[in-house]
Design a protein around this ligand. Sequence first.
Ligand code: MRU
Length: 344
Amino acid sequence: MIRTIYREGGAVCILDQNLLPSWLKYECLSDYREVVTAIKELKVRGAPLIGVTAAYGVALAMDVAPEDPDQRRDYFEDATQSFASSRPTAVNLFWALDRMRQVFEAGSELSAAEIKKRLWQEAERICTEDIEINQAMGEHGRHLVSPGVRILTICNAGALATCGYGTAMGVIRSAHRLKLVDKVWVCETRPVLQGARLTIWELQQDGIPECLITDSMAAAVMQQGHVDMVVTGADRVAANGDAANKIGTYGLAVLAAYHHIPFYVAAPLSTVDMKIESGKQIPIEERDRDEVRQIGGTYITLPEANVYNPAFDVTPNQLITGIITEAGVIRPPYQENLLKVRGV
Ligand code: MRU
């Protein structure tokens, strides 16, 4: 299984996803600010992995925190604030920071060395649990799949977006192990091309039959009857089931509804944000305009072209057939059924 993140002594090592599929290169970061930058620059990305990386980053930060308890607390607040402001949409980031805070606060009476140890342990625990959760999602999701299925997906919700196995890709992996998958249609996912660069690479590693399309081809492929189900990941699911995911996901959900194709979201319960009622309240990250103006670092338009670059969109719950979680497949009414498994 590909490792996306690990600790090595006083450093956090990440797989630089901006270099894939050409280079498989790990970068070991010994200053937490470098970890914040790695998240901002998409060297690590995908909702669960952003959370895990922030957890490791906080542990890394606290390794060099001052001994004095008040100064140590200030240092903790500064570090967590830097991570909290790295990317706004994936709620897993805030969920993981909360877990780190609980460990930090529970350790207020402990020695600095003991707190450090516990923070590293918590980061590692979040990562290990993430793999188990993904495998559980895969197990639930594969029951939705019929033999010979052709699944369409977008972005990368795979091992690379997590500590391993993946969310939407976890469902695909589990179905593939039972030889149920005929083909995975992969939308290239402009502007950053996570589908073309990352998902195709992952599918090939596992020998899962794949076919790359540009985002604008999804409609025709559905119209031609070549898609049996759509499975995507999510960055934040509101209490009413509205789901934010990579830009283009909403369009796929509209298309799937029109063509009577089931549309599933695979997301761990850590992606569900019960504090917000609907998708309208999900903060949508806007990224650098050059991501749209360029492909592979080369301008494809005029450098001063006006650009709008939201990284995510929100799929309304009415378009979602089910949300695949580690606790099972949640069906409408989402408000009620998410509350049952997630609590407030
Ligand atoms: O901008 P990214 O690459 O972080 O966006 C990732 C996605 O939109 C994924 O689909 C989502 O985080 C789920 S990953 C399991």
